[in-house]
Design a protein around this ligand. Structure first.
Ligand SMILES: CC(C)(COP(=O)(O)OP(=O)(O)OC[C@H]1O[C@@H](n2cnc3c(N)ncnc32)[C@H](O)[C@@H]1OP(=O)(O)O)[C@@H](O)C(=O)NCCC(=O)NCCS
Length: 177
């Protein structure tokens, strides 16, 4: 039988978030808000090609960070990465490119959340080209480092409903492995 554990504080209600003190809630912050990150590709992030490209492992590390923050914001507690099983490198990023990342929760189960992370190269004129799309799963952890319940996820927009349905399929495949 599952042992009852201390759950994350202030959890369990959708569609709201913390105030600036981090210890109270205010209306109007969607739990499906986008979490963004921005990087400039520096020499230490690149492989040794004549035209240096962003090293894939570096992008994966950035994906994991922004994805984890999206999951933390959803769960309001620490999270750990359990799986990144879908990672498409669509186009390269090069030295001195601006990389913009957007992470959003697409599905939540009892203790786990799927997060989609889109990575773009942003040109100096502001135009963006997608270079990567990844889906990662995070598990919320209580103070003892054990899986802890997260709020239910209710998709609201058509895009969220489609992502949610696709996330259910991805979950089936993950758990069948
Ligand atoms: C993640 C971890 C806490 C899960 O522990 P566990 O004993 O397997 O816990 P559970 O069986 O209760 O699973 C917890 C959740 O993870 C999900 N899960 C477990 N393995 C999964 C996988 N391979 N893919 C997708 N989801 C998975 C379960 O379905 C469950 O989700 P739900 O509560 O929403 O239904 C544990 O496996 C762990 O600590 N792994 C190492 C994580 C890590 O170190 N990551 C890298 C550094 S951040």
């Amino acid at each position: 039988m599952r042992k009852e554990r201390a759950s994350c504080p202030l959890r369990g209600v959708g569609g709201i978030g913390y105030n600036q003190n981090g210890n109270d809630r205010k209306e109007g912050i969607s739990m499906t808000d986008v979490t963004s990150a921005v990087q400039i590709v520096m020499p230490q992030h690149c492989n040794g090609y004549q035209t240096p490209r962003l090293f894939g492992g570096q992008l994966m590390a950035w994906i994991d960070v922004v994805g984890a923050v999206a999951a933390r914001r959803y769960a309001h507690c620490a999270v750990t990465t359990v799986c990144v099983d879908h990672l498409d490198f669509i186009a390269p990023a090069h030295l001195n490119d601006t990389v913009v990342q957007e992470a959003r929760v697409t599905w939540a189960g009892r203790t786990s959340m799927e997060v989609r992370v889109d990575s773009f190269v942003e040109k100096l004129n502001g135009k963006r080209e997608m270079v990567n799309r990844a889906y990662a799963v995070y598990v919320a952890l209580d103070d003892e480092g054990q899986p802890s319940p997260v709020p239910p996820f209710t998709p609201e927009t058509e895009e969220e409903r489609q992502e949610y349905a696709a996330a259910l399929e991805r979950r089936k495949l993950r758990l069948a492995r």
